[in-house]
Design a protein around this ligand. Structure first.
Ligand SMILES: Nc1ncnc2c1ncn2[C@@H]1O[C@H](COP(=O)(O)OP(=O)(O)O)[C@@H](O)[C@H]1O
Ligand SMILES: N[C@@H](CCC(=O)OP(=O)(O)O)C(=O)O
Length: 392
């Protein structure tokens, strides 16, 4: 079990010593200005990953670039706006991307396996565990899994949205010791990196350290999607769940994956969550909401995980949604804020009989916790800086 914030210095050491490492690379680091895949940059990245793998580290590569790589084969001058053309570009580009990785890793006698995920594959517990088993087997066979979102079938509703977030989720699915986000910028800056005087931040010990950071939205010409804001959100997600994160330049991949002192490192800010609690908190799709009074909010959010209390019917003021016992629901405070997520033990149609009633007043077969303490995870408030447009 990782302890909270061992300090960013030791977080750097943790990245360097990680035996299982998730490395994410963005579209802007793999494609040329004229469009299409930049194979020489991809080769340089693979050299760095292969060198790290040669030291015995199991590396999972999350690679963007399918849409960007599909543009030039389709004669498209810029990233399309509509989903159908993005999906067509991803379909063409993913093939180029995978072939380029297979060829590049073959030079190092490494086999790659393609893993394309949609959020459907992780929001339900069974497919999540299936993905976990597949990764485990691939790594056991010495394969480098190359992961991307399955863009060709992902609709807006089931998209992860950006690969920084996907990489943070994958880091937890595989139980990685660290996460490295490689981009076209060499770290997190306190302002738009192009602004005069902007300085790179060396270490982050929690999102409060970034309160004054100005994050600029990617322009329309950018092949990347999320920009730095999505990297910060992903770093918050991973470091909050005990995984140290390094944001560094893809051109410095060899140093970032070796003993180099590059980029911005995020120390863990929370304990490592079990796979089940992480899934509950960050991935599980929710089917409804239970509304709690203040006392119930305190009971389910205060104290350590071991002393936290179960949610009883007496503290519930209402419910909405259509759920069955065993589904995940949001627990919402009196001001409408989500305070926790948990697995509910009743169907939604039973809730009206339960709301506000003491356990002893319930029918004998209903005298149980509505959400058991082992099945709920508090959801803290997020304070990740949002992007601003570069134009004043
Ligand atoms: N405060 C900041 N620090 C670092 N980079 C920033 C900041 N604000 C905006 N950026 C921009 O974020 C970009 C990286 O995001 P993006 O293009 O989505 O990368 P990728 O394709 O690697 O995911 C950089 O090119 C950089 O100009
Ligand atoms: N799945 C998409 C990438 C989405 C994405 O997050 O891109 P990026 O911001 O470049 O990491 C693709 O392969 O084109």
């Amino acid at each position: 079990m990782t302890t909270v914030d061992p300090g960013a210095g030791s977080a750097r050491t943790a990245v360097q010593d990680a035996r299982r490492l998730v490395v994410k690379v963005g579209s802007s680091s793999l494609t040329s200005v004229s469009g299409g895949l930049d194979v020489s940059r991809l080769d340089a990245l693979v050299d760095a990953v292969a060198a790290r793998a040669a030291t015995g580290t199991q590396v999972i590569l999350v690679s963007s670039g399918a849409i960007a790589a599909g543009l030039s084969p389709l004669g498209l001058a810029r990233r399309p706006r509509d989903l159908a053309t993005q999906q067509a570009a991803a379909s063409v580009g993913q093939l180029h991307l995978t072939r380029a990785y297979a060829d590049a890793f073959a030079r190092h006698e490494r086999v790659v396996g393609q893993v394309l995920l949609t959020s459907h594959d992780v929001v339900r517990r069974a497919p999540y565990r299936n993905a976990q088993r597949t990764f485990e087997r691939l790594l056991g066979l010495g394969v480098v899994p190359v992961v991307n979102e399955n863009d060709t079938v992902a609709t807006d509703e089931i998209r992860f949205g950006d690969n920084d977030r996907l990489a943070a989720l994958v880091a937890h699915i595989v139980g990685a010791d660290a996460l490295v986000l490689l981009s076209d910028v060499d770290g997190v800056y306190d302002d738009d990196p192009r602004a005069p005087g902007a300085a790179m931040i060396d270490e982050v010990h929690g999102m409060a350290d970034l309160a004054a950071v100005r994050v600029v939205k990617p322009g329309a010409a950018s092949v990347g999607t999320g920009g730095m804001a999505s990297k910060l959100a992903a770093a918050d997600l991973a470091s909050g769940a005990g995984v140290p994160v390094l944001v560094a330049g893809a051109t410095h991949a060899a140093a970032a994956l070796g003993p180099g002192d590059v980029g911005t490192v995020f120390a863990p800010t929370g304990p490592r969550l079990s796979a089940r609690r992480f899934w509950l908190r960050h991935m599980a799709g929710s089917r409804g909401r239970l509304h709690l009074d203040d006392g119930a909010v305190r009971a389910v959010t205060s104290g350590a995980a071991t002393t936290r209390r179960s949610l009883l019917a007496a503290g519930i003021t209402g419910s909405d949604g259509d759920f069955e016992a065993g589904d995940v629901v949001e627990l919402v405070g009196p001001r409408g804020e989500t305070v926790a997520r948990g697995v509910v033990a009743f169907d939604s149609e039973e809730m009206p009989e339960l709301v506000g009633r003491k356990t002893r007043d319930l029918a004998p077969e209903q005298r149980r916790e509505v959400v058991h303490a082992d099945d709920l995870v508090p959801v803290g408030r997020r304070s990740v800086p949002e992007s601003v447009s570069s134009a004043p």
